[in-house]
Design a protein around this ligand. Structure first.
Ligand SMILES: [Zn+2]
Length: 322
């Protein structure tokens, strides 16, 4: 049986411990081992099905928090988005940003909340009127369904809001002094736009993620008309990494938009077959002619972008020869 040390016998030990802590602190021993930072990363989750596409991007920050840009999986891969978030140990999201109201971008928002993932707030962009939504019912947009999702958020007391161009949605500085930000570049409602009425894809919130010297541009399903405007417009869209607009398929923003962004890497949320098809030929040719890498979740699985403040590196779940 152990006996507890008497108060008198523990005093030298406590004094020794205090001296050790003071010496260690003055020597800076705790700078590298104390207050560990979580890696800052973006994971393009593989939510692609065999034939269908969707967007779901997990952002993880130095303080251990996380956010999601779009919340869906492909109609032929149901349940994959929520399962993937669970696999990554996500129990709480400080923000979910829904780029636009097509089901392949917002379709699992209710499911992930029902699965017990706590969502603190949701950024959305509603179309300027119901007509814009309902004429795209065949493409996964339906005003009544969108309203039912918003009503669900109200029932759960989860605030939702429409940001403005220039808003900073997330900002923090890590232990090394590196600043991380998620900012809204621009958004339009499909009615009041500089190019007249557009489709739902061109209501996508365009957002920039910055960590230190690296910038990534999230484009939702940005299409040709608004993409052409942004190629010469007043917004700063330069980025090192570009999340492919509209799954890299026909109708997406023009090559002049890619020129203006100037990205070195292209991340494409697309099933393998769609990326290999004639529908994705233009962006495929654009990046291959410039010998710039494309990462496709339907080929590579989850694609992880790890940021270190000076630059970034990319890891994939699977190897794939493109
Ligand atoms: Zn869309």
């Amino acid at each position: 049986m152990n006996r507890a040390p008497s108060p008198q016998s523990s005093i030298p030990f406590i004094v020794g411990l205090i001296v050790f802590i003071l010496v260690a602190a003055s020597a800076g021993w705790f700078v590298s081992s104390g207050n560990p930072s979580h890696p800052t990363r973006w994971i393009m989750l593989n939510v692609s099905g065999k034939d269908a596409q969707a967007d779901c991007h997990l952002l993880q920050f130095s303080d251990g928090s996380a956010a999601l840009i779009d919340a869906a999986d492909a109609w032929d891969a149901p349940g994959v988005a929520v399962a993937s978030l669970k696999k990554h140990g996500i129990t709480r999201l400080r923000l979910v940003m829904i780029s636009h109201f097509h089901l392949d971008h917002y379709g699992r928002l209710v499911d992930l909340i029902n699965a017990g993932i706590r969502v603190e707030r949701v950024a959305i962009n509603l179309p300027g009127d119901r007509r814009l939504a309902d004429r795209e019912i065949p493409w996964g947009c339906n005003w009544e369904h969108v309203q039912s999702v918003l009503s669900f958020l109200r029932e759960k007391n989860i605030p939702y809001f429409t940001p403005k161009a220039g808003d900073t949605l997330i900002q923090m500085t890590n232990a090394a002094g590196v600043v991380t930000k998620l900012e809204v570049v621009c958004l339009f409602d499909g009615i009041n736009t500089p190019i007249g009425e557009t489709d739902m894809n061109d209501t996508s919130i365009i957002a920039r993620f910055t960590h230190g010297k690296t910038r990534a541009l999230f484009t939702g399903d940005l299409n040709h008309p608004l993409g052409a405007y942004l190629a010469t417009g007043p917004f700063d869209i330069a980025a090192d990494i570009l999340k492919a607009p509209h799954h890299g398929t026909e109708g997406l923003a023009p090559n002049e938009f890619f020129d203006r962004v100037g990205a070195k890497v292209f991340l494409v949320p697309s099933p393998a077959g769609l990326w290999a098809s004639p529908r994705s030929k233009r962006p495929r040719d654009y990046y291959s002619e410039r010998k710039l890498p494309c990462y496709v979740n339907g080929l590579h699985g989850d694609v992880r972008v790890l940021f270190d403040g000076e630059g970034f590196r990319i890891e994939t779940e699977r190897d794939a020869n493109l």
